[in-house]
Design a protein around this ligand. Sequence first.
Ligand code: GLN
Length: 290
Amino acid sequence: MAARDLRGEVAAYIPELARVDPRQFGMAVVLADGREFATGDADVPFSIQSISKVFMLALALGKLGDTLWNRVGREPSGQAFNSILQLESERGRPRNPFINAGAIVTTDAVLDGSTPREALGSLLRFIREAAEDDRIHINEAVARSERATGHLNYALAHFMHAHGNLRHDPDLSLGTYFHQCAVEMTCRQLARSGRFLMNAPGAPRLVSAVRVRRINALMLTCGHYDASGDFAYRVGLPGKSGVGGGILAIAPGRASIAAWSPGLSRQGNSLLGTEAIEMLARQTGWSIFG
Ligand code: GLN
């Protein structure tokens, strides 16, 4: 990684993301009653990257139900998002669906009986419906850039294939995974797309209330990789980050929050984005801990 800035480093390991101006910051909040607030670069599209893992998990649970958990766990990994370390001793079963290995398995599960195009179509439909916005799209240049430099992800996929935990050709599963990571949204669109995780009366109901709680539990415990504990401590809300610099956080029953700033911490989480959501939570008193 390079491009050091006072506000952190952009994800230079994906060349298309390395070109993003790190001095941007945006934030959007949608309340349970439908009111919306936005500030800064809230209408600039960015690559949602690993935030897509939340939507893919929702799709996978809808398609497979709890059988998904035979192939992926529900424990924080305490390791970097792209680490292969635990896969060896845990025989190819990733710790959770929000680290890369777990997300690749989740995507592979959604691919059962569908082509990558169909699986990505379902994902985009889900996100567009959640946000009530048909403009949300995949940035092909970012997907290509990820494929060209995705050696660690290839290593994870082949390793899991060797253990029988990847059912499709790694090229197909990864092709789908790289494209889901390349979904682009603005803060405003992302905050709207997160409303289904709020369990609020007016929000689109795409997933049952019980499942929403479970997805939120995973976001809280695993959504920021080896900094998930720190995010829970500082912010007190379920959240999911991506190396594009975006964060989606949920105040259950109250608000869906999106923040974006490309400069990342060592663990790959937006530095300013985290700071901003922490300040918002402090000032509003929003916390799942009462
Ligand atoms: N597409 C990125 C990768 O696979 C996603 C990682 C992230 O956002 N943490 O490396």
